[in-house]
Design a binder for this molecule. Sequence first.
Ligand SMILES: [Zn+2]
Length: 159
Amino acid sequence: MRCPYCHGADDKVVDSRPAEDGVAIRRRRECLVCGRRYTTFERLEELVLLVVKRSGVAEPFDRAKLEAGIARALSPSIGDEVAAALALEIEEQLRTEGVEVPSERVGLAVLERLRVLDPVSYLRFASVYKGFEDLTDFEREVEVLQKTTEPKSRVPGSG
Ligand SMILES: [Zn+2]
């Protein structure tokens, strides 16, 4: 921070406190050059998370969009609050993986959770996503699920 009085570049923070419900920080600083005090107001910018499509186009992660996508796929018996919770959980996970994530990764993160939660919702989500882009990963996922849900031993001639 540059001192507004002498434009010195050295300062120390003498007090920090959250402002605007915690989305900003107000700092009281003391200039180490002229000794005067001033206040800075720093907004906590949300860390950017970009979703990179197959085409190479990156767009900011949109949790509301993801939530809506999950909600559409969920079986009616599952409440909408589950979609919100999953979207939040997935966002947190993706943020630990880097600033840019491939769009398939987002879809797979949803599928990983839906597979555990509800197979019907899982397949619906997989089929919806397949409609958007040619995602062979999803097809593979669906195949895996179909294999694991089919009876292990089939009587010849019955199916
Ligand atoms: Zn100064």
